[in-house]
Each structure stands twice: as C-alpha cells, then as structure tokens.
Design a protein around this ligand. Sequence first.
Ligand SMILES: NC(=O)c1ccc[n+]([C@@H]2O[C@H](COP(=O)([O-])OP(=O)(O)OC[C@H]3O[C@@H](n4cnc5c(N)ncnc54)[C@H](O)[C@@H]3O)[C@@H](O)[C@H]2O)c1
Length: 406
Amino acid sequence: MPSAKRHVSLQSKLSETFSIYSVEIDFLDVFEPKSIKSSYDYPWKEIMLNFALVGCGRIAQRHSELLGLNQIKGARLVVACDLIESKAKKIGEQFAIPYYTDMHQMMRCEKVDVVVVLTESGNHARNVVDLARYGKHIVVEKPMALTLDDADAMIQACDKSGVKLFVVKQNRFNVPVVKLREALETGRFGKLVLGTVRVRWCRPQDYYDQAPWRGTWAMDGGVLTNQASHHVDMLEWMMGDVESVFARSTTALAKIEAEDTAVVTLKFRNGALGVIEATTATRPKDLEGSISILGEGGTVEIAGFAVNKMKTWNFVEAISGDEDVMEKYSVNPPNVYGFGHQAYYEYVVDCISNNGPHLVDGLVGRRSLELINAVYESIETGKEVYLRFRPKHCKLGGHFESTKNH
Ligand SMILES: NC(=O)c1ccc[n+]([C@@H]2O[C@H](COP(=O)([O-])OP(=O)(O)OC[C@H]3O[C@@H](n4cnc5c(N)ncnc54)[C@H](O)[C@@H]3O)[C@@H](O)[C@H]2O)c1
C-alpha cells in the first residue's frame, strides 16, 4: 500500500501552547511511535540538553527511547540511574551511556542539564526535593505527588534553586486533544454544558503484583491517581475550575488497597457539570480512554483507548476545515501511553532552550492533584466536597523526609 503522508498543522491562533507545533503524521505507519515527527515553526536555538533518568522501570523504556534514539531535537540521554543495578545497567547498555545506583553520585559526577524522575509516585516528592539542590531542571512523571504538602515542597524546592519543574501530562499533546483545545480557545463551544471522561482499561492482578507499591495508598493510589490522572487533568483543563465533587468508588476485581473503579460527578465554577468514570477492571482488554465536551455551540468527542481518535466534531456554526477534522486528527498509538511523550519533550526543550511557554509546571500539576484529593475526600466522607480545601480524610500518600547531608 502506498504511504500517504499528510501534513497536519496544529496551529491555534489563541493558544500559545500549541502554536509552535507542526506535526507530520504518516497515517499508514501509525503503529510506529517514530512515525510522528514534530518540528518547530521558528528558528531553533542550537542547544543540546543532557538528560538523566532516575528510575529505570516500565515507563523509563518510553523516555529512554525518545531521548536515547535522537527522537527529540535538542535533547540527548547521557546517563541513567536505578536503585536496582540490573535495571540501570539494562538502559545503560542499551544506549551506551554510564549508569548509577545512587542519584546523588550521578548528579555529582555527570554533566546533566535536566533530570527526569521516573520513580514510584510516592517517591516523587522526596526525589524532586533532593534533586533540586543540584540546580538542574526537573521533569517528573505524573502524578507529581500524592499529597498537596508534598507538591508544595517540590514547587518550593525548585523555586528556591531557580530550576523549572515539569510534570508529565503527555495526553494534553495528543493530536485530537490539541484540536479540541483550539476549538475551546477560539470560543466555538460558547457556554459549556457538560464535560465527561471515561477510562475503561484492563489491569489484571499480575499488573499490580509486578511491584509492591502499586495500588497502595502510601505510594500509588488507585485508578483515579494512576491511570485516570491524565483524564482528570484534561477534563479540568477543558472545563475550568471545579466548584465541588461527589464520588463513589469500589475495589471490584483487583486485590489492592485503593480503588480499581470510581465514578465522580463534578460541578464547575462556570455552572457546567461533569462526570469522571474510571476503572481498571474492564475485561478482557483495554476498551476506552475518552473525553466528551458539550457546549451550546457544539460537541466534540475524542475516543479510542488512549484519547486518540476524533469521534465527533459537530459545531452549530461550521468553519472551513471542519469537514477534514475527523480524518486528520486521529492517530493510532501502539499502547495507552499514546504518542504524547514526544511532543511533551519537545515542549520541555523549547521551554528551557528558547524560553518558550511553561505550561505544565508544578502549579498545574498541583491543581489536578488537589482535585484528585477532593475526590478521595468525598469517597471517604460520603459527602460533596467543595474546592479549595485541605484534605482531612483522603488516604493518599505518606510523609517523606528529605535525604539530607548528601
Ligand atoms: N505518563 C504515563 O503515561 C505513565 C505511564 C506509566 C507510569 N507512569 C508513572 O511513572 C512512574 C513510574 O512508573 P513505572 O511503572 O515505571 O514504575 P516501576 O516500578 O516500573 O519503576 C520505578 C523504578 O524507580 C526505581 N527507583 C525508586 N527510587 C529510586 C531512586 N531513589 N533512585 C533511582 N531509582 C529509583 C525503582 O527501583 C524502579 O525500578 C509512576 O509515577 C507512574 O505513575 C506514567
């Protein structure tokens, strides 16, 4: 079959966020992550940033391939670290880079510009606070932390050291999500009515049994904190500030401390309503990761298993190009992580090298963490919870001590 390359320009007039991206997609080769190549529209400042990985587990594979295989312009992987030597060694050997089992030693010995924290969620705060003292920019996987106190400590430590803190929210950079955001920012929805997200994924017991931290209150949380945190973030990003939440959860199939299934109703400050439906108890396989936004001016639904397929694009007042949106703004990623990490890293590099917009910083990460904490507060109390608030009954997260004297 001939390869049909189409050029999709994701330029939003009002969205500074994404006007810099120009994404080229080979639609017949979409199963290869490398088939999305992003580039910037304006002259690139020729800086090469040295990236270090802390944590060489499951998600490190995605990060190391992007950084280690020259997929990100202006970035390269120079060193990896894991407490477990065999894991660090595997990435070290795969990309012919040095590896360490002590991140402090790594930071002292290697020339690093950006350190990427890919450790268990409950360790993010401790690691980021410890690493900030080296004065290097930090990327941390989602969720940035489990408690608001931890998130505040991370933001303060990075501010004090004058480094940027980036929280990985790669789904914001999905091709159809960028298009949805553009429609929102150009005012096409008018008054927002209803926003909903669904995560219907399959995580059998052996997924949770891979590591003792998974599904625990102290280190992970349940489907809301782990798998659905992207969708919770996206919903709030699209719909605006949340006024209150009411939630229920259950641990239906997995033998874990936290929930594997939850439903949440939300009221937004603008008067719109919302629903979050999240489960890892879908069987026998992943079914859906989707978002729907309904306003007086139109309806958009993005479906697929990774918020990757434009399913509905209906507006009361059509504009030129609407007819092509369904076909052009869908991609088919190989797994639920999607393609967004690549565009996400390009944004990180742009932000550091060219002083580009800093969009997914610690405060943004904290905002969706506060919403997740409020949802758990409602689950525990059986009551509607109004934001802003300080959690009292939310079980998420433990307390950490910074490893001083390094
Ligand atoms: N953005 C996404 O779509 C996405 C997908 C999967 C996971 N994640 C997030 O990534 C994080 C890691 O998840 P995972 O599945 O890769 O976990 P994992 O358990 O497979 O890997 C974590 C690794 O961190 C290492 N580690 C812990 N403390 C360390 C330290 N001080 N120094 C060096 N190494 C240390 C552990 O030994 C382990 O190998 C989690 O926060 C998770 O929520 C994000």
